[in-house]
Design a protein around this ligand. Structure first.
Ligand SMILES: C[S@@+](CC[C@H](N)C(=O)[O-])C[C@H]1O[C@@H](n2cnc3c(N)ncnc32)[C@H](O)[C@@H]1O
Length: 190
């Protein structure tokens, strides 16, 4: 039997509840060019991908929830039904890999970072936007998600930055604002 997925259930309401809460910080940090490809892992209904649609050659959402992806498809976005732990893209094929508000939801965080790193081109960025668990209100959200049996697992931004192997090629910076953190990991040349 297929495992229960909270996001399949809430997908029709997701944009109504969260759609207006869009933060442009990620667009600034991504610093994209027109000829680039952005992969939005755990991109859901495309709330964030839409910010990149007119800015880059292609933006693709990879998400495990079919119903969330249906919402994204209706917005004209490219979709792939895939788990973050096993992304169906070749090595070094993507300019920017982003993940917004999804890292605490994935089953295997280490494998997710490794996969995002594998598909990332040299000189590209991974940008993970996460609620900062050091913030008091985020701690309350974490308790709420536990009560809803969402299997969320929040880790600190500095722990996320150290989670991958990265072959000594990562240049990491962390930005924090209003309870959110952006962990940006650049893949340096060998
Ligand atoms: C809170 S939503 C965030 C959606 C979108 N990034 C946004 O900010 O609007 C989390 C998303 O992560 C997806 N997700 C959870 N675990 C995943 C996994 N292992 N692989 C891919 N997507 C996953 C869920 O299906 C859901 O769409």
């Amino acid at each position: 039997m297929a495992k229960f997925d909270h996001f399949n259930l809430i997908s029709p309401l997701y944009d109504f509840v969260f759609g207006r809460r869009v933060d442009n910080e990620i667009v600034d940090l991504a610093d994209t060019a027109e000829d680039q490809v952005v992969l939005d892992v755990g991109g859901g209904t495309g709330r964030v991908s839409l910010l990149f649609k007119e800015k880059v050659k292609n933006v693709i959402i990879a998400d495990s929830s079919v119903n969330m992806l249906k919402e994204a498809q209706e917005k004209g976005l490219s979709i792939v039904n895939s788990n973050s732990e096993c992304l169906p893209f070749p090595d070094e094929s993507i300019h920017r890999v982003i993940m917004v508000d999804a890292f605490h939801h994935v089953k295997n965080q280490h494998d997710t970072i490794e996969e995002m790193w594998r598909v990332l081109k040299t000189d590209g960025f991974i940008i993970i936007e996460e609620p900062d668990i050091n913030n008091f209100y985020v701690k309350l959200i974490a308790v709420g998600e536990k009560l809803l049996l969402m299997r969320s697992h929040f880790v600190s931004p500095s722990r996320i930055a150290e989670m991958g192997d990265f072959d000594g090629r990562a240049a990491v910076d962390i930005t924090r604002s209003k309870g959110n953190a952006w962990i940006r990991i650049k893949k340096e040349k060998v």
